[in-house]
Design a protein around this ligand. Sequence first.
Ligand code: GLV
Ligand code: MN
Length: 195
Amino acid sequence: ADPDALQDFCVADLNASISINGFPCIPASKVNASDFFFDLSKEGVTNTSNLNSSVTPANVLAFPAVNTLGISMNRVDFGPGGLNPPHSHPRATEMGLVVEGSILVGFVTTSNVYYSKVLTPGEVFVIPRGLVHFQKNVGNGKGIVFTSFNSHMPGVVISSTTLFGSQPPMPNEVLTQAFQVDDAVVNSIKSKFGS
Ligand code: GLV
Ligand code: MN
């Protein structure tokens, strides 16, 4: 979904003082072989939240070589029952490969149709750009999924934190009316997302 590149590569200068759509390139003379390789072999720490999952990005911020190339990846680790919660990517379609675990993958279309399947290692899925989706490890052991995106910076909108954890907070009168619940319910959810 990103614009076409105008050169072979443009390894991002993340500290450049100018701001453009994407990042300026570091000079080609300063580019090394190591710029083009990135290690996603390490398991993420999953037990720090009740989601019991962890996303390790290889987007342009983590892996500057993908700057302008219209591509990036994530590694997603799951403990037993771990959830990568409902979210969407405004700038990319996602394709994922299950490497470990039994992973329930689901997404909802703009017509409000829910599609899902439990995938096992070797199976892949696709999430059309912008649609809300999740993965949950429904197996008893660990889960590992590698995801890929047709953007160097797909962006992520996490449904729960967007609505209940924004700073400053979204007004209760909006959320009580939208979800047809009272203030106590909204306050309870907000308290879990720091808003
Ligand atoms: C999974 O949905 C991911 O965004 O990596
Ligand atoms: Mn995703």
